[in-house]
Ligand binder design. Sequence first.
Ligand code: ZN
Length: 473
Amino acid sequence: MMLPVSKTLGREANGTRSGLERPKGRTSFLRTPGTPDLEDSLINTKRRKDNKVWWRRERASKMACDPRITQPIPLAPRVLSNGTHEFDPTVIVLSFDGLRADYLKRGLTPNILSIGANGVAAEYMQPSFPTLTFPNHYSMSTGLYPSSHGIVANMFYDPVLNEDFNYKIPEKSWDPKWWGGEPIWETAVHQKQRSGVIMWPGGESLRPVRPTYHVRYRTGVSVLEKMETLLAWLDKPREERPTVMTVYISEVDSTGHDFGPYGKKTQKALGEVDSAVGVLLDGLRARGGLDKVVNLVLVSDHGMSYVSTAKCIYYDDYIDTSDLILEESLQPHLSIRTKDPQRMLEIYHTLKEVQERDHLPFKVYRRDEIPERYNYRDNERIAPVVVLADPGFVMTRRDMGLAVAGAHGWDNEMEDMRAIFMASGPSFPNFGPEKLRPFENVELYEIIARTVGLQVKEGATDGVHNGYVAQPC
Ligand SMILES: [Zn+2]
């Protein structure tokens, strides 16, 4: 709807508001005096939907750049041979938890970089908000934002189910009621392909359709063992061999938390995971040049930023925390929920006031105030009040202090939160040193689907590139 810009903007002679002036405290520009509240909320809902369409279009045009280099990945790739065996289109996705995009500039990752040099590499991949492990791994595997797939944090409370999700408690978190959307390993099985999942967050969810092969999460499994499992899967006969394989690799994240992004052990972990990629590449080459037959996609879920006690915000200095339902502490991102809605409002106003008065380094949002670009509003599991620390700062309590040297969870546009994307194989063109323009990780599901010819229903994901790799500029 187009509204004419006219001289009637603003306050009319009788003191009522008219035209485009925004009524104070309202989110709609379109409300006319006397509109009932219900109708007003319907208008707002429509406006939110319009905004979403606009936002998607805006994102698509922001990311589309030079059509010269747009490369369609063949939708139904052909069967390839390594000389002795036929291979259906196959993709291996390796996710390195907490591997910040600029870690690749440290000269420690020649094998990871070789994937990009032989195929495509993005300047970086943008994680979804909040930049945490479970929401992002499930976004990558479903193509949906956390507010769409429902895993809105690593720990959260669902007011409808009156239960909480905790990624560390399998009996709570693997119930399929938590997990929305359709992960790629399930899409593969639905479409008569086979999938293999090694420890990928969400892979253990007990949804009715399970991956064909699954290695459960447990500590103490080295990244080399995971590469050996992949190679063993590739050695299976064609009719048993998985075509979509996803692998979760935790080492760089855990050392990043314990020793910080610049810690010696983080550097060592980077070198180790890179060597493991070298072992995988050697294994592929030793199988008659499978590196030219199998698509490899290397990603991470988010980055890592250095934190110190000098940059802790002790939120219990400002609010009574005794009646918070669930807190995900030691995070830049703090969810606030109490049984009593009035109390929640009190906390909101208190935090807002002290923040404004003392210029404290965080933002306080009611759920409906969370910036649109986070795509983090439309789900009851998102707490009614969300506090987000400024880059480099963390929210903690006096009794908890700070037990880590690195963290993540901030604004997904923050440089330290950037993730990696690179890919090689028959579905990916070789762009040489030219880097792909950054894109959001909700694009990944369709990229993976396209490499192996899986069909994706129109509008089934929050991606806007339809499975094409984003264009370099
Ligand atoms: Zn992570």
